[in-house]
Design a protein. Sequence first.
Length: 340
Amino acid sequence: MFAAYFDCPGGPENLYMKEVMKPDPGEGEVLVKVSASALNRADLLQRRGKYPPPKGASDILGLEAAGRVAGLGPGCSGRWKIGDAVMALLSGGGQAQFVTVPEGLLMPIPKDMTFIQAAAIPEAWLTAFQLLHFVGKVQEGERVLIHAGASGVGIAAIQLVRLAKAIPIVTAGTQEKLEATAKAGAAAGFNYKNEDFSEKVLEFTQGSGVDIILDCVGASYWEKNLNCLSTDGRWIIYGLLSGGEVHGDLLARLLSKRASIHTSLLRSRDKKASILFFPQYKEQLVRAFTEEVLPHFSGGASPHLQPLVDSVYPLHAIAEAHRAMEENKNIGKIVIEIPV
């Protein structure tokens, strides 16, 4: 089969489409013939040699995929059958013609949704859902500040905050991106490049601040985040685009507000349960998302949820897709179409 590949870490020019061995499904795994995958920041970091896949995961790029069931490994429960349209959250291997997936990490593709649209859901939407509900415990009426509001996770988070009957506030770097977040449901949006988002957030919330911050930026935002975080607020860090080294009295500021910092990396969670007899984390997450969120992607559901696709690149143009994401101009997801 063909897959996105690079022989040594470096720039996008190192990427190419390589013929590799097709995987065989193991115990409890499903073989999926991939029609579309999507690009994530983790793919860029892995290509640069800064984010290796978890132990035992495929070293092929791609954290999500949409396609059809092409084979069943031994011990599968019978939940899926050959030809089913499915999408999946992965630890790697999505940007290839075939990928194996534990059956509990598969989700049905909503009716009338294309593979291209479906590929834009698993990583971004499951990440946002996890951050809001599993980590942040969002409550009705709470105010949630979402950094990188026009990213895949950002657009998903805006809609999921609305679904939870809470109030989404965003930051973004261009007027075009702010307009896209408003269309997705953001109650307010601020351009971090030309205004102090913490002052604007405090102004919008009449001085009370936000209850939850979803932060993929890290170090450069810490003072402004704490400035606009409410008493007893939750600051959730899931990325470090500006680095992780903080200079200043972070702990005293945090303590003064009785605030808490939470961190989350979904990719590195093991497929196996860490505590005997407890549900596997990712399977529990997928199950909750499938039951509580997935029905809202179907026509007629209210509120209706919609993945946002920025652009589509064929697998042989994977280097161009990486360059496009590095330019940070995309609004929503960059999707990779896999050849038949």
